[in-house]
Design a protein around this ligand. Structure first.
Ligand code: NAD
Ligand code: TDX
Length: 376
């Protein structure tokens, strides 16, 4: 095969952890189906444990692609990871695998510490041993990209500036604390051992294939069945939303151009309250699937007990990645939401498999509320 231009893709495989989840599967499909060969990896290995959130149905369109290889297993399995790294001569590791849902982290904090912190350390340790044995040039080109979140920075007051890479860590939920812990270990492996690590802090993603425990898909599926649309507390919490493919494009830039030791904040630039966001979804559904008798979907809105420790406001300033890596989001909220709603309408079987076998849309994450006088 002819050598290809571009430092990190050259003849090396990419290993993606957690590639059967929401962001990972969007990224894998985008890389293999939409990118020119010169921009895609020669070989892409997806290592996923297939927890409740991992779903191989997300990857049907690429499963026979000769460049793609799925490995069922845990990032914490050192023997397995070492074998993958050596066998496939991995040059880029994109680390997405995690427990990702804040409400579940309230119910099961220890599971989040095990997966997000301890298994990330285990992964780092295995990667370090492999990296140390690489020839010098390959070791320099190697990248460990850790996909973190803006939630590690905690909640912003209304007058505060959006998060940047310099914002101090101040996590609120066990999920955010576990991601912060992982971030610190990733940086420590960079500073102490020289592993070429890069970190990203993305805001809230939305789009196709998102598991219906998250606000947007839950709203769409409930609305289609005329079930209540739960808003936590007063619904005025603000999130910064990014269309998942914009996040994928950003990660691609980071893999190719990100500097070791640096971190990049990634935000869609759209800050909106949960209430206004859900109303927008309702209006799209009113057009696409009018309710009987001319009723509006918005009438299904209901305010329920708040999430304990609920962060009031996130906003993320992506000017570093815009300036230094030439990235910008391409999707605006209106078009992104319309595409997302249309995708869920067209993939009812995918939804049904989940709601019947994996998650029946029950409320999660209320375990702490009765004893926490600070929680909403
Ligand atoms: P997800 O829950 O949809 O997917 C996580 C995937 O990780 C699943 O496929 C699961 O099976 C896999 N996994 C879990 N434990 C594993 C293990 N030990 N070994 C291998 N695989 C394992 O999550 P997502 O929304 O796609 O998020 C992916 C990453 O991006 C996470 O690290 C999350 O913290 C981060 N992130 C997500 C968002 C968002 O809005 N969804 C925003 C910023 C950052
Ligand atoms: O039923 C609901 N009602 C509601 O009001 C649900 C599920 C959520 N919410 C609120 C809580 C949040 O303010 O909506 C907002 C979004 O909630 P989630 O979809 O659970 O996302 P969030 O907690 O913001 O975290 C997400 O974005 C950052 C991802 O789950 C994380 O993995 C990512 O790091």
């Amino acid at each position: 095969m002819a050598a290809r231009r571009g430092a990190v893709t050259e003849e090396k495989s990419w290993l993606i952890t957690g590639g059967a989840g929401f962001i990972g599967s969007n990224l894998i499909r985008w890389l293999l189906l939409e990118q020119p060969a010169s921009q895609a990896p020669v070989r892409l290995i997806n290592l996923d444990k297939l927890t409740y959130a991992g779903n191989l149905a997300n990857l049907k369109e690429v499963e026979t692609d000769p460049r793609y290889c799925f490995v069922h297993g845990s990032m914490g399995d050192k023997t397995l990871v070492a074998e993958i790294l050596r066998q496939h001569q991995v040059g880029v590791l994109l680390h997405l695998a995690a427990e990702s849902h804040v409400d579940r982290s309230i119910d099961e904090p220890e599971q989040f510490a095990r997966t997000n912190v301890l298994e990330t350390v285990s992964l780092l340790e295995t990667v370090l041993q492999y990296w140390k044995e690489l020839p010098r040039k390959e070791a320099q080109r190697f990248r460990f990209v850790h996909v973190s979140t803006d939630e590690v920075f905690g909640s912003l007051l209304p007058q505060e500036e959006p998060f940047t890479e310099k914002t101090p860590y101040n996590p609120s939920s066990p999920y955010a604390a576990s991601k912060a812990g992982a971030d610190h270990f990733v940086r420590a492996y960079g500073r102490t051992f020289g592993l070429p690590v890069v970190l990203t802090h993305s805001s809230n993603n939305y789009g196709p294939y998102q598991f219906p425990e998250k606000l947007l898909p839950l709203t769409i599926l409930n609305a289609l069945e005329e079930r209540p649309l739960p808003l936590y507390g007063d619904g005025l919490q603000v999130r910064d939303w990014i269309y998942v493919l914009d996040h994928c494009r950003a990660l691609h830039r980071v893999i190719h151009k990100g500097k070791p030791g640096e971190s990049y904040a990634i935000g869609g630039g759209v800050q909106i309250s949960n209430l206004d966001l859900v109303r927008k979804v309702c209006r799209i559904l009113d057009e696409r699937r009018p309710r009987p008798g001319g009723k509006k979907h918005e009438e299904l809105l209901c305010f329920v007990a708040d999430r304990p420790g609920h962060d009031r406001r996130y906003a993320t300033n992506p000017s570093k990645i815009v300036r230094e890596l030439g990235w910008k989001p391409l999707e605006d909220l209106e078009s992104g939401l319309a595409k997302t709603v249309d995708w869920y309408l067209a993939h009812q079987d995918w939804c049904r498999e989940i709601t019947e076998k994996r998650y029946a849309r029950q409320r999660l994450g209320l375990r702490a509320s009765s004893r926490n006088e600070y929680a909403g």
